[in-house]
Design a protein around this ligand. Structure first.
Ligand code: JFH
Length: 221
């Protein structure tokens, strides 16, 4: 998969895209991510990309021309163009796997009070939100999207972290996990997990997953 990111803060992507699983996938070329500085299409000495809102109001709005120019430079007809926005479709597991099926994503990251509506109307295929709270811009939401989506791109996860192990938990919450030591400050790991009885372990995990889901997220059942 190829992902192009349009932003006035390309440096925000440096560390996340060089670290851990994402860093390995980008280094290996399994995931091609290119981050583009929107100011290369900005106006004047200060490469300005924003202006005052028509009709008045506090804050600034991003002008359409730099965003159209940046997207048209990287997007062919095959690209799926996404605007990160608090008004977008809220990202969930189904949305993540749907985006993971795209060959080419272009992610537009706004700042200030958002972007000129003509971007959403005439350039963007869909707006995506990472949740019902307001971030300072689209960059961290874009990183959330990239990290979530990349896990479903073939070849990104190693065997140890393969998604097969997740599939039975899909739709509900996960069962509790433990590692060494078997006893910590008097708190013991459930006996069944030390028993070596794989059938009993599977049944316990299934029941615990159902219990946790019922207690914390009954809306998922
Ligand atoms: C972004 C920002 C909108 C307008 C009343 C509440 C909000 C400030 C670009 C995504 C998610 C974002 C996100 C994505 C892109 C941008 C900041 C937006 C408003 C009116 C103010 C700029 C925020 N899921 N959360 N946040 N901002 N107000």
């Amino acid at each position: 998969m190829r992902i192009d990111v349009i932003t006035i803060f390309p440096e925000l992507f440096d560390v996340p895209l060089r670290t851990s699983l994402l860093g390995k996938a980008v280094a290996a070329g399994t995931l091609e991510v290119e981050v583009h500085d929107l100011r290369e299409h900005g106006f004047g000495k200060h490469r300005s990309v924003d202006d005052e809102p028509y009709g008045g109001g506090a804050g600034m709005v991003m002008r359409p021309e730099p965003i159209f120019a940046a997207v048209e430079q990287v997007a062919g007809d095959d690209a799926h163009v996404v605007l990160l926005s608090p008004r977008g479709r809220r990202l969930d597991h189904a949305g993540v796997t749907e985006l993971a099926g795209k060959e080419h994503l272009v992610l537009i990251c706004g700042r200030y009070e958002g972007v000129d509506e003509r971007v959403s109307d005439h350039l963007v295929d869909e707006e995506v939100s990472i949740g019902d709270y307001v971030m300072a811009g689209g960059e961290l939401p874009a990183l959330v999207l990239i990290e979530a989506v990349s896990r479903y791109v073939p070849g990104v996860l190693g065997n140890a972290e393969s998604l097969g192990a997740e599939s039975h938990a899909e739709g509900g919450l996960e069962y509790p996990q433990y590692t060494r030591p078997a006893e910590f400050r008097g708190w013991k790991v459930p006996e069944v997990l030390l028993s070596g009885d794989h059938g009993a372990v599977e049944r316990w995990r299934h029941e615990e997953a159902a219990r946790v889901t019922r207690e914390r997220r009954p809306d998922l059942l």
